[in-house]
Design a protein around this ligand. Structure first.
Ligand code: XMP
Length: 315
C-alpha cells in the first residue's frame, strides 16, 4: 500500500542529501511538476528556482493561472517566454516523434541557459513512471517520446533529478493531497502542449484554433460535471485534425477543418476507456465550436477509441 507520508519523508531526505547547492525545477503548473517543486522546496528551501516556460502552445489563460499557482506555493520562480523559438524550431514539421524530439531539446536548452545564469547544477523534473515506460524505458517499445524523457537530447549540460520517477499518476495525486496542493485534481496536460493537439504543421493559426476548441471542450464538460449531468472524465480535450471537409453555413458552401473531441476515464494513463458523455453535452460542444470558429471549423467528431489500441493524445 502506497504511503504518501512516508514517501514525502524519504524523498525530502534524499533531495536534501543530494542537492548541496542550487537547483532549478521545470514547473508547468501540472500535478507532477508542482508536487516535485513542493517536495524539493521542502528539502532545499530558497535554493530552488521553479521555471515555467511559455512555449506559445499553452491553453487559454494558462500562463496567468500557472503564475498564480506558483505564487501560492511560496517558491522562487521565473517565467520565461520562448514562444518565438519554439514556433521557429517546429516550422514545417509534421511527424509526431520529430515534433516531440525538437520540443524536448528546446526545453533542455532553455533550462541549461537558466541554470547557468542561476549557477544551478541540477534540473529537477516531475517525470512519472508512465513517461519513461511509454518512452521505451527498460525493454519496452517506444510508444511516444515524452518531452521530458525520450525526447531529451543525447548531450546535456545539466544533471537531472526525478523524485517521482517510480510513481503513477494516482499516487502523485495522493502525495499532492497529503501536501495540500490545490492542483491535486487538475487534469493531466502534456508538456508539448497544444503542439501535439494540432495534427500536422504548427502555425500560430492552427494553434489558436486548437486553443479555442480546447477551451470550449473543457468549459462545457466542466459545466456538465458541475450540473451533475456526467462524471468528471480523467482527461478531456480537443484535437485539430489536418483534413478538411465540405460543409454549409446558411446556404453557402464551407470548406473547413475537423475537430476531434477526446475524453477518457483512466486511473494512471496507461490504459483508458473513452467517456460515455451525454449526447446533449457533445452537441453543445459541437454547436459552440462550429459557431465560434465559424470560418475555420465545420465538423466535430467524438473519439470512441479506448487505450489500447488508441493512445490518449493523438500524437
Ligand atoms: P498517451 O497519449 O501516451 O498519454 O496515452 C498518456 C498520458 O500522458 C500524457 N502525455 C504526456 N505528458 N509529456 C507529458 O508530460 C509528454 O510528452 C506527454 N505525452 C503524453 C497524456 O496527456 C496522457 O495524460
Amino acid at each position: 500500500m502506497f504511503d504518501p507520508e512516508k514517501f514525502v519523508e524519504e524523498k525530502t531526505r534524499e533531495l536534501k542529501n543530494k542537492i548541496e547547492d542550487k537547483s532549478i525545477i521545470a514547473c508547468s503548473g501540472g500535478v507532477d511538476s508542482t508536487v516535485a517543486a513542493v517536495l524539493t522546496a521542502k528539502a532545499i528551501g530558497n535554493r530552488l528556482i521553479a521555471v515555467y516556460v511559455d512555449t506559445g502552445f499553452m491553453r487559454k489563460n494558462e500562463s496567468e493561472e500557472v503564475k498564480k499557482i506558483l505564487e501560492d506555493l511560496n517558491v522562487n520562480f521565473k517565467l520565461v517566454n520562448e514562444s518565438q523559438e519554439f514556433y521557429e524550431a517546429l516550422k514545417g514539421i509534421i511527424e509526431p516523434e520529430e515534433k516531440r524530439k525538437i520540443i524536448g531539446e528546446k526545453f533542455i536548452r532553455v533550462f541549461e541557459r537558466i541554470a547557468k545564469e542561476e549557477k544551478a547544477k541540477y534540473l529537477v523534473q516531475g517525470t512519472i513512471a508512465p513517461d519513461w515506460i511509454e518512452s521505451g524505458g527498460g525493454l519496452r517499445d517506444t510508444i511516444k517520446s515524452h518531452h521530458n524523457v525520450g525526447a531529451l537530447p543525447k548531450r546535456m549540460n545539466i544533471e537531472l533529478i526525478e523524485p517521482l520517477r517510480d510513481l503513477y499518476k494516482d499516487e502523485v495525486r495522493e502525495v499532492a493531497r497529503f501536501l495540500g496542493i490545490r492542483v491535486a485534481e487538475r487534469q493531466p496536460f502534456p508538456g508539448p502542449a497544444l503542439a501535439i493537439r494540432v495534427i500536422g504543421e504548427i502555425t500560430s493559426e492552427s494553434v489558436e484554433i486548437a486553443r479555442e476548441a480546447n477551451a470550449i471542450a473543457e468549459e462545457e464538460i466542466e459545466r456538465a460535471v458541475e450540473e451533475g449531468k456526467m462524471e468528471r472524465p480523467w482527461q478531456y480535450f480537443a484535437v485539430l485534425l489536418s483534413s478538411k471537409s465540405v460543409g454549409v453555413h446558411g446556404d453557402v458552401r464551407a470548406y473547413g477543418y475537423t475537430i476531434a473531441i477526446r475524453a477518457v476515464q483512466s486511473i494512471d494513463g496507461m490504459t483508458a476507456a473513452y467517456s460515455k458523455i451525454p449526447h446533449e453535452v457533445l452537441e453543445k460542444i459541437s454547436i459552440r465550436i462550429t459557431n465560434e470558429l465559424k470560418d475555420k471549423v465545420n465538423r466535430i467528431v467524438y473519439d470512441i477509441t479506448n487505450k489500447p489500441p488508441g493512445t490518449i493524445e493523438w500524437e
